[in-house]
Design a protein around this ligand. Structure first.
Ligand code: SAM
Length: 277
């Protein structure tokens, strides 16, 4: 019987975020696939866990992925860990999960640290509906296309960014969404210098033009104002009421429904709807 691939999150800065289930899964897996074996070895040493490790990173997925899959198919269990946070979120874990899903191998995700959720929760911006946009492309054309696709986005948007690219990304976000749009810059989450800067895109650009960005960032950007709906004219309301009437609804009920949907005055709507054209 095939083994299981476990997606094991690791701390994004604070070792205290290693849960008991994370520790147990690492201890019980037959082997560990790590994005950077040196980074993962530090965590395993901290937990006094000794395990065989293979490396699985962006540039060896084509060879390492199938090799891990064949061990899983042979019955071994594997714990996948990436440099920090939840595997498969903006890292190559995504491809290994797809490979396993295609081959019918069980994949179990252990809940735990993830930079985007931590940042969104603390941002102070609406969390009800959001969209995760990951890293913006370096390539100018792809970057422009990505940003243009977000111009009318009403949901809160989440971006990952490296410190050396932060300022140019903030300028692109300001030029796309306007200087007044709110942003929460979540820096060094769970670490000693954790900071949440709740400001506007214009002020964020001004600040980082004067102050060099340091550490890791998640950018939470407010969505666009909902587009205002065109008000419905009285003539259009009458047309709708008559249409409902023609389909068998009593005129009184048709008018009631249209008035409720459009906010048009019921009496006026009724008078005009029953008046012969
Ligand atoms: N898989 C990870 C997760 O679950 O969040 C994300 C991996 S992605 C390659 C790394 C990016 O996550 C960084 O460039 C940064 O945008 C964000 N990040 C990771 N740790 C962070 C932290 N402690 N504070 C703020 N952002 C962090």
């Amino acid at each position: 019987m095939a083994g299981t691939l476990y997606l094991v999150p690791t701390p994004i800065g604070n070792l205290g975020d290693l849960s008991q289930r994370i520790i147990d899964t690492l201890a019980q897996a037959d082997f560990i696939a790590a994005e950077d074996t040196r980074v993962s070895l530090k965590i395993l040493n901290h937990l006094s866990i000794k395990k065989p490790m293979v490396s699985y990173y962006r540039h060896n997925t084509e060879t390492s992925g199938p090799a891990i899959l064949s061990r899983l198919l042979a019955g071994e269990s594997c714990a996948l860990v990436t440099d920090a946070g939840t595997p498969a979120i903006s890292d190559p874990g995504e491809e290994l999960v797809a490979l396993c899903a295609q081959a019918g191998v069980d994949v179990v995700a252990i809940p735990g640290p993830c930079a985007l959720v931590t940042a969104l929760a603390v941002s102070g911006l609406p969390t009800g509906r959001f969209t995760f946009e990951g890293f913006l492309a370096m390539n100018k054309k792809n970057r422009r296309r990505h940003l243009d696709s977000l111009i009318c986005e009403e949901r809160t948007m989440i971006f990952y960014e490296a410190p050396h690219k932060l300022l140019s990304t903030l300028k692109d976000l300001r030029d796309t969404f306007g200087a007044e749009r709110r942003i929460s810059l979540c820096r060094e989450l769970t670490k000693r210098h954790e900071e949440v800067r709740r400001t506007t895109l214009g002020e964020a650009v001004d600040w980082y033009e004067e102050n060099q960005p340091k550490g890791e960032f998640v950018l939470i950007v407010e969505g666009a104002e909902p587009a205002e709906e065109e008000p419905i004219s009285l003539e259009e309301g009458v047309r709708r009421a008559r249409e409902l009437y023609a389909s068998g609804v009593r005129m009184k009920d048709a008018v009631k429904q249209v008035a409720k949907e459009t906010g048009l005055p019921k009496n006026e709507l009724y008078q005009l709807s029953v008046t012969k054209e």
